[in-house]
Every structure is written in C-alpha cells, then in structure tokens.
Design a protein around this ligand. Sequence first.
Ligand code: EPZ
Length: 440
Amino acid sequence: MDSYSYKITGGKPLKGHINISGSKNAVLGILAASMMIDGTCTLENVPDISDVHVMVKICESIGAKIETELTPEGSVTLHIDPRGIDTYEATGPSVSKIRASYYLLGALLGRGGKASLRMPGGCDFGQRPIDLHLKAFRQMGAKGADFRNINGGIISLHADPLRGASIFLDIVSVGATINIMLAASKAQGKTTIVNAAKEPHIVDVANFLNSMGAKIKGAGTDTIKITGVDKLPGNFTYSIIPDQIEAGTYMIAAAVTNGDVTIHNIIPTHMDPLSSKMREMGYSIDEGDDYLRVYRDPEEPVWGTNVKTAPYPGFPTDLQPQTVVLLCLSEGQSKMDEDVWENRYQYIPELQRMGANISIFDHIALINGIDHFSSAQVKATDLRAGAALVCAALAADGTSYIDEARRIDRGYEKIVDKLRSLGADIEIAGSLNLYEDKEA
Ligand code: EPZ
C-alpha cells in the first residue's frame, strides 16, 4: 500500500514502557561506511524502517551482499559483505528517495577513488544543498562535479589519489562531517575537519569506522582528525546507538497526552536539550542509566517557553515540529526559532486545522497556548512533521486521520505497535486520502 493513513482516536493518556530502536541517522552513515570494508561485518540494533530498506537496496545495487536477520526481540541484524562491489556508480531511482544516499560519495571515493551518484532526495524543507560536501572532496583532490553545476543530476567524482586536507566547514553540517570522515579514512595522509558537527550519530559513525580499522580522533568535538589507512579489515560486530529523535518523540507523546511513560534503551544525556526544556515547562522527568520516565502533576500548569534549534548539543531541529505541538498545549505564548532549516514549518497549516494558534514570521513561530487540539484529517508533509501530527492526534479528542503515513515509517520503527502498547487507539487505514477527493 503506497499511500496509507493512520487513524487515531485521541484523548487517552499514554502509560507504560517502550524500548527505543537504533538511530536512523547513525545507521545510514554506518551502512555507507561498511561499503569500504575489505572484509565483512555484522550490524546489530538496526531499526526496521523504510530508509534503511532503501539504503540496503542501494548498497546491494553496487554489488554488496547484505543478509537481514530478524532477532527474537524483533530487531534487525544485518550481515554485510561488500567484497563483491563491482561498480562505483549508484544512479538508480532509489538513490533519490533518501538524503543519506550521498554518503556513498565519500564511501566510494574512499574505497576506490571514484564515485558517480544520482542527486540525493530527502525531506523537503528547502534547498538542502551539498556544496560543503563537494568543496571538501575538491580540497581532497577529487575532480568532476562542481557544486556550482551538477550536470543532469548525476554527481561524478574521481581522485587520483585522494589526499588528506584541512577542511573548515563554514556551516556546521552533519552530512558533510560524516561524508568527509568516510573519504578521509582511506585518503593519503591526514585530514582535519574544523567546525565539525557533534551529534551522537557523528560519534557513532566514527566509532564504527574505528572498529573497521580507521584512525579517527575527536568525533563529538568541533575538530576531528583522521589519518588515512590503506586497509579496513573489518570482521567485527557493531551495535547502533539508540535513536535520540525517536526517544524525544515518545517523550513528547507521553507529555501531550498527560501520560506516564518510561522510555528504555536510551542514552539520557543525548536527551538533555529536550529534557531541560520539558522540566522548565513543568513536566517531571526521572532519569536512570538507560531510561527516562516522563509524567506530570495534573494539578500543576504547563508553562510555555522559548526554543531555538541549533547543532548538537543545541536543541535538535528534528524535534522542532513535535515540540511545537507540546508548546501548543502550554500556558501563554511560546516561541520556536528554527535556525537550521530555512523552511521547516510546512506542517503548521495542518496543525492549524487541528486548532493550533500559531503565527509564522520567517523562521520564528509564535505559539499561543490552546486548551486542546480538535481531531481532523491532516497530511504528513515530511517525516518529523508526521510524527508531530501523530502527537497532536493522540492529544486531540475524537478521531483524526494522518495521510501520507508512509513518510512517518521512514524513521519510526513499529510506531503503531509501540503506541498501542502504551494504550493508544491507532490503526492503519487504507489509502483513505480525502485530499485526493478534495482535489477532484
Ligand atoms: C541531517 O541532515 C539529518 N539527516 C537531518 O535529519 C537533520 O535535520 C540534519 O542533519 C540536521 O541535524 C540525516 O542524517 C540523514 P546538515 P543533513 O548537512 O546532513 C546546510 C531527519 O528528520 N548545508 O547538517 O542534510 C543545510 O542547508 C532528518 O532525520 C549547506 O548549506 O543536514 C542546513 O541549513 C531531516 N551545504 C545546515 O547546513 C551543505 O553542503 C545543516 O544541514 C550541507 C548542508
């Protein structure tokens, strides 16, 4: 079923326990990195989400062998053997389905000094340029695609040899940081990335590369140093870190339904930017070694606050839509300042259909608190916007439909099962997409 919807009857507090899955934004970079191994590897705690399915398909399209094992706990383990890779071209249609396919540029440049890739896709919130990636590869000796003109949507690069370089990122970029680490792992000499991104998934990809035999220091700080090596022997098992954004989404779902939920299999410090904001608003968050419990005193008000998105350890832009939903149900006026993406409020009209009182001024959203959301038929404009609408529907009285739900399944493993286990009334409705009827 291509365009299915989620049918959610809200108004029920979420209660109980759930486990968080592996990080989407770590595993996608790690899958690309594994294409450079001169051996095999096993990846554990892989989230069963459609972006991973697409990335596996792209890796198989260039000749890698990837066997998927479903563990008794229901998570996915991948057994990867890239030794059969027989091309450096990834130009099939799958490549433009996701943004992370561009990690194959760095991986294939590192593997064999050449790469040819169709332009990547991904959520549509503005330009999503890749100039920082291409400028860095050019500094490392790669010739071909110039960031000023990518011919016909195919990016072709070759480097003979690929050399280490000192690279300053004038914008903190997760993708560029990961892509440079990939290429630099096998470049001749040393590479330094200054003004590097520091997200948890950057550290996870670096740890994976070092497990492969790479020499990377400083991941998680502003400056990362990589010494290129000739071989990446591999032959190891690696477990993906928990997904910071999935965890934050369930924290917010618990909060907006006035529930009491314990979220397991997380790294609590990764949640600090959200936890501190939610405590400031009046929610209680108890922290354990690998879990958080989210609840509140119903007698106490929930106060609005101001949030500004920024690279980690700032407030994650990927929790911006979900947090706007949380702020809608708080007292007074709140402000969201989206400082990473230039157009990440496309979901606001959908929330306004549910009763949200929000005004947008460029990258600022002014949010006036409301008593409750009203159920409605809405559309997931992108992955995290869809997750935000799920939170709003869970909080609303009555039955809502969220169309284009496949966008949510790009990044949330078994979201229907997980929410049901917390008492939510949610089911998959066929391709009930009244939007099409409306346009008819
Ligand atoms: C990654 O995207 C994530 N995607 C995004 O998560 C996330 O929103 C983003 O990082 C920021 O944290 C994946 O990891 C697959 P960037 P990425 O390069 O790498 C500008 C989700 O919901 N920029 O850090 O594409 C860019 O326009 C997704 O899981 C350039 O100008 O983001 C943006 O303003 C959505 N030139 C800023 O940098 C470039 O060459 C940050 O982008 C690259 C980026």
